[in-house]
Design a protein around this ligand. Sequence first.
Ligand code: KIV
Length: 282
Amino acid sequence: MQGRTKLNVGDILAKKGKEKISVLTAYEYSTARICDSAGIDILLVGDSAGMVVLGHANTVPVGMQEMMIFCGAVARGTKRAMIIGDMPFGSYQVGPSVAVENAVQLIKAGCDAVKLEGGSEIIDTIKAIVVAGIPVMGHIGLRPQTSSLWEGYKLQGRTKEGAIKLIEDASVLEKAGVFSIVLEMVASEAVDAITKSVSIPTIGIGSGPSCDGQVLVLHDMLGIYQDIRPKFVKRYAELSKEIFDAVSSYNHDIKTGMFPEEANTFHMDAKELDEWKNERRI
Ligand code: KIV
């Protein structure tokens, strides 16, 4: 890796079976910088931005315009991590040519690869993006973009039939050329079988320890929403409380005159001030 810091598809593929792959979502410059310098391998600019950043109830309303802004900001804050841009709902369902155009836009915004939700039903679209030279990450199991419209957010691969369908989807995705696959909310026994059945890395969220890597939504693991605690999330901080306490102290200090202090205050040049005082007879 001498002379090159940015991780690419080859680096990610080489980790399978050797080193677990760390993935976090990122949506903007400041936190992307922190995650990148902490050594996270992949920053996923997820359409979960629609929920955790924009306050929508699900990911469906997110569009390309918003994703382009998030992707650009993350790219500007990232030196080492691979950046994956999530293709939002509506940006690839129309068909392969529209999907390729939108994938190109995400790459131009600074992403190194794109991610699409779906299995065998979107295989022509995935192939078209790969043929265009753009690395693709697949996403099967729970698919938030459409799950909210059909059966809600439910554990996938709980039945033998469900597990076999996921293994088939993973195989079709691998043959279509994806370089890794997100498995969302899949029963861990099924995940184990899927991960062993493909030669590309699997990245799990809510899918147990067998995956080749793990992804979490940044806001979930940092505890930015105190009331949202999915079972599969491990909280590494309680930032909601920390931010609340800091903002409350700031509010208190302003109301009581404790901020700004002398240390936070700028002064005029002393000679200029004297002259000015004399002129004004202060
Ligand atoms: O949008 C997102 O954050 C995702 C991850 C949960 C995998 O797709």
